[in-house]
Design a protein around this ligand. Structure first.
Ligand code: IPM
Ligand code: MG
Length: 362
């Protein structure tokens, strides 16, 4: 069966890094017999410029018809003054919501070769392997009512709503526990149950879910403490499960433990295992178009796509292995460069991964 992949490069460095991913997918097709069909679409600021919407209908139809979506990044200075309802970021939130991608998996894995690229001491981060499971289609990102209103005295007041149903909490909980079962068998649920009622419910529901997973150890942590523990002793974590906003914040923090946000992939899955795959970094407008961006997070996102949606586990392993090997060879984009290494650009890094794959296929 030929799987369909919707390819949405987006803005900023998105097109550069996604074209490296397409190179790799082409290689997996020609050398390893992978059967996929790729079709590109518009999303984000570029989509707004061409169609007036950051998530055009044509992209929605393409994404719905595909088995998986590969996304680059959205956003840029150019669109920052647009109304929030049509900003590039809305395109990303809309596709997550439209496809029901409630489970966002963000693995923070330290490649040993990059231990010295982290701002933390190597002994603090060596061997780090955390999976952040972020709820992605609910919480304060989507809660109603929301907006900015004008009070009787003429003063403006902004408001958003943090809201979760039990069913939304339990389904993300089950995803986290299922993943923990295949890893270190520990789940840490992050909340702010000492202040926010909504996350007090979150904690109660997680405790209920844990009853069906007696082999998994559940712990709870307030989000402020979790942020501190992530930089103090990150190796205490195995799987972290948390709400949309807390997951957004903690995953950027966890990313830096691994040396660079340019190394972190993600998968966003719906109930049927359909997924969207994207690097967790943004569109980095400051380096866009200069061939400096690290494509590895996007290539590792392709590996997640192979693993979670296409069920091509050996190919996923092969690709992750290839990334390991180019790091072994000392190739480094500027974000992960340290003295004595071989500094390369976006396309050179992609080509090096393709070369390793070709060699392995022989
Ligand atoms: C992320 C990003 C997005 C988010 C933005 C671009 C809307 O920061 O995927 O982490 O906040 O979810
Ligand atoms: Mg973020």
């Amino acid at each position: 069966m030929t799987n369909k992949i919707a390819v949405l490069p987006g803005d900023g460095i998105g097109p550069e890094i996604v074209s490296e991913a397409v190179k790799v997918l082409d290689c997996l097709q020609s050398e390893f017999g992978l059967a996929v069909e790729m079709e590109s679409g518009l999303i984000g600021g570029g989509a707004y410029d061409e169609t007036g919407s950051p998530f055009p209908d044509a992209t929605r139809d393409l994404a719905r018809a595909a088995d998986a979506v590969l996304l680059g990044a959205v956003g840029g200075v150019k669109w920052e003054s647009l109304d929030i309802s049509i900003r590039p970021e809305k395109g990303l939130l809309a596709i997550r919501s439209d496809l029901g991608l409630f489970a966002n998996l963000r693995p923070a894995l330290l490649y040993p070769q990059l231990a010295s690229a982290s701002t933390l001491k190597p002994e603090v981060v060596a061997g780090l392997d955390i999976m952040i499971v972020r709820e992605l289609t609910g919480g304060i990102y989507f809660g109603q009512p929301r907006g900015v209103r004008t009070l009787d005295n003429g003063e403006r007041q902004g408001y958003n709503t943090l809201i979760y149903k039990e069913s939304e909490i339990s389904r993300i909980g089950r995803v986290a526990f299922d993943i923990a079962r295949k890893r270190g068998k520990k789940v840490c649920s992050v909340d702010k149950a000492n202040v926010l009622e909504c996350t007090e419910l979150w904690r109660e529901v997680m405790i209920d879910v844990a009853e069906s997973y007696t082999d998994i150890e559940l712990s709870h942590m307030y989000v402020d403490n979790a942020a501190m523990q992530l930089v103090r002793a990150p190796k205490q974590f195995d799987v972290v499960v948390t709400s949309n906003l807390f997951g957004d914040i903690l995953s950027d923090c966890a990313a830096m433990l691994t040396g660079s946000i340019g190394m972190l992939p993600s998968a966003s899955l719906n109930e049927d295992g359909k997924g969207m795959y994207e690097p967790i970094h943004g569109s980095a407008p400051d380096i866009a178009g200069r061939g400096l961006a690290n494509p590895l997070a996007t290539l590792l996102s392709v590996a997640m796509l192979l693993r979670y949606t296409l069920n091509e586990v050996p190919l996923a392993d092969q690709l992750e292995q290839a990334v390991n090997q180019v790091l072994d060879k000392g190739l480094r984009t500027p974000d992960i460069y340290t003295d004595g290494m071989n500094k390369v650009g976006t396309a050179q890094m992609g080509d090096a991964v393709v070369d390793v794959l070709r060699e392995a296929a022989k």
